[in-house]
Design a protein around this ligand. Structure first.
Ligand code: ZN
Length: 238
């Protein structure tokens, strides 16, 4: 899971969907738990109740002043300031404790990229290729772009393809950088929450999309005075 972005309705819908798929052994969270959305504390609390390995995202760092919001657009910066005021001491401590990079079996976990875990967007085959040198594992899970994509190491160059629920992704010899999309603010034109399940026995990853109560999230955002554009974009998945 990546980019929950304080969207409790999306996060809850995803957890419910996972249960319907048979549950999970461990939740791998790729950062940006908070920022943009109206429920930072509730999402952090729910995440802490899971067996979870989590890395930090840029919005997590912004919420605890580890990252200067002058790098953010005005709406994101306003949301980051609002978020900072919603966090308990325990929330801040948890965000503070998150590493930038984690490894789990054959996977490396980062928010942005292995080279620049907080800032870089892996959004082209060239960027993916440049990042392979920074990986010690065959596979890497990234978030940050909120767009489900698969980058494959073809030896000297990389290819990119979209990742949909129809995609079969067996993990073989080729190195992969995998983005399972965003839970709380999808940006690939599909408003449904996006996440992936790794089947360790079948050695494959599948993508899942889940409808959630977008209107409920939007109503909370407007009630809290969060920027309207951040609420509107959820309807369109952009
Ligand atoms: Zn994000």
């Amino acid at each position: 899971m990546a980019d929950i972005h304080a969207n409790l309705e999306a996060f809850t819908a995803v957890l419910g969907d996972i249960e319907r798929q048979g549950g999970f052994d461990e939740l791998l969270c790729l950062g940006d738990i908070v920022g943009y959305g109206p429920d930072p504390h509730a999402c952090l609390e729910l995440l802490r109740r899971q067996k979870c390995l989590c890395v930090a995202g840029n919005h997590d760092w912004a919420a605890i002043s580890k990252l200067d919001t002058s790098e953010f657009n005005p709406d994101a910066a306003a949301a980051a300031r609002w978020t900072a005021n919603q966090l308990t001491a325990e929330d801040r401590q948890y965000l503070e404790s998150l590493p930038l990079v984690a490894e789990k079996g054959e996977f490396t976990l980062v928010h942005g990229s292995p080279r620049e875990p907080i800032r870089e967007y892996v959004q082209s085959p060239d960027i993916a290729c440049d990042n392979l040198a920074f990986l010690k594992t065959p596979y890497c899970l990234v978030g940050h772009t909120h767009a489900p994509l698969i980058f494959t190491d073809e030896g000297g160059s990389c290819t990119v393809r979209g990742f949909t629920p129809e995609t079969k992704l067996p993990l073989g010899k080729k190195r992969l950088i995998i983005n399972c999309g965003g839970v709380g603010q999808p940006r690939d034109g599909d408003s449904r929450a996006s996440y992936g399940i790794y089947d360790s026995q079948g050695k494959s990853v599948r993508l899942y999309r889940v409808a959630y109560d977008i209107a409920a999230t939007q109503a909370k955002m407007l009630r809290e005075g969060l920027p309207i554009s951040l609420a509107t974009r959820l309807s369109y998945g952009v």
